[in-house]
Design a protein around this ligand. Structure first.
Ligand code: F6P
Length: 345
């Protein structure tokens, strides 16, 4: 590949702490080492479809390393679900003489990246999601920050729960994968952790809650938004689907707190952490991982190694086919859940 390419970059899907660190690394190494010009596209895939751009220079990426969110903005736009979306996207790339794209996103954004690769658009993917549910990488950035935020919340909720002798149910994000619940629950010493991978028995949860009260402690129950009671189904905020077919989950925490109160006679409260888990400054771990992903992604572009995603394997950054990135979700193995279960109650 010739030096001096024009490289487009975008951030898609739910935002996550560390996106700006990737943008900074792509821009700095792209310009100073590879002699590229970097063109940001705003609002995920909507940017190249609608021609929404933001040039990225050494100046624009100053002082963004520690900033949460994404200076480019994000969206859940799927160009394959928009009229003439792919043709419009290709026309924008041609108009701006963009030679290649770096797409930073989760399974949906990277799924589009993979389809576009088959449709002749040169793309390199960078994995992000607080959910840590991409199978082809050991970790995604954003996850560590989300776990820290949830753990701090659990620590704080414990002291107020104990003052009032209440059960506190903490609902965390995680539609199909319970990684945030598992890690924050373990780190925060939760008395029960409920994940989407393992339907839960409300009777059993109430037994654990009562056992905890008997020892004069207030129980903390961490529940992933996608956790399902045995014989029940996911609780939804709305059944409406986005462009990638996702419904909005939520409500299981409040439902469970009511069930606990009804069945045990103990006072219960629910706290939904929601988007606080995605906001604010990334942890040092996430800044480092995001930076390394950015540096390696721009190398892949310079080498013309398209249709790939950068991934973490152990401590190394490797490249895997985009198809592997989106082939299946990385869910919590039941053996890992069983490890934690020993500490319940
Ligand atoms: O995929 C990341 C995620 O934060 C999920 O954990 C959560 O279910 C979803 O996004 C929330 O999406 P939105 O930002 O559209 O409310």
């Amino acid at each position: 590949m010739p030096a001096g390419m024009r490289v487009g970059v975008l951030t898609g899907g739910g935002d996550c702490p560390g996106l700006n660190a990737v943008l900074r690394a792509v821009t700095r190494k792209g310009i100073s080492v590879h002699g590229h010009e970097i063109l940001g596209f705003r609002s995920g895939w909507l940017g190249p479809v609608e021609g929404l751009t933001m040039p990225l220079s050494l100046d624009t990426v100053e002082e963004i390393l520690d900033r949460g969110g994404t200076i480019l903005g994000s969206s859940r736009t799927n160009p394959y679900k928009v009229d003439d979306g792919v043709a419009r996207l290709k026309a924008t790339l041609a108009e701006h003489r963009v030679d290649a794209l770096v797409a930073i996103g989760g399974e949906d954004t990277l799924g589009v990246a993979e389809q576009l690769t088959h449709d002749g658009v040169p793309v390199v993917g960078v994995p992000k999601t607080i959910d840590n549910d991409l199978d082809a990488t050991d970790y995604t950035f954003g996850f560590d920050t989300a776990v820290h935020i949830a753990t701090e919340a659990i620590d704080r909720l414990r002291t107020t729960a104990e003052s009032h002798h209440r059960a506190l149910v903490v609902e965390v994000m995680g539609r199909h994968a319970g990684w945030i619940a598992l890690h924050s629950g373990l780190a925060g010493g939760a008395n029960v952790i409920l994940v989407p991978e393992q339907p839960f028995s409300v009777e059993k949860v109430c037994e654990w809650v009562e056992r905890r009260f008997e020892r004069q402690y207030a129980p903390i129950i961490v529940v992933a938004e996608g956790a399902i009671p045995e014989g029940g189904k996911e609780l939804l905020v709305t059944g409406e689907r986005d462009a990638f077919g996702h419904v909005r989950l939520g409500g299981v925490g409040t439902w469970l707190a009511d069930e606990i109160a009804k069945r045990t006679g103990k006072e219960s409260r629910a706290v939904v952490l929601g988007h606080t888990q995605r906001g604010g400054t990334p942890t040092a771990y996430d800044r480092v991982l995001a930076t390394r992903f950015g540096l390696h992604a721009v190398d892949a572009v310079a080498e013309g190694d398209f249709g790939k995603m950068v991934a973490l394997r152990g401590t190394d950054i490797v490249r895997v086919p985009l198809s592997a990135a989106t082939a299946k979700l990385k869910t919590v193995p039941l053996g890992r859940y069983a490890e934690a279960e020993v500490l319940f109650g």
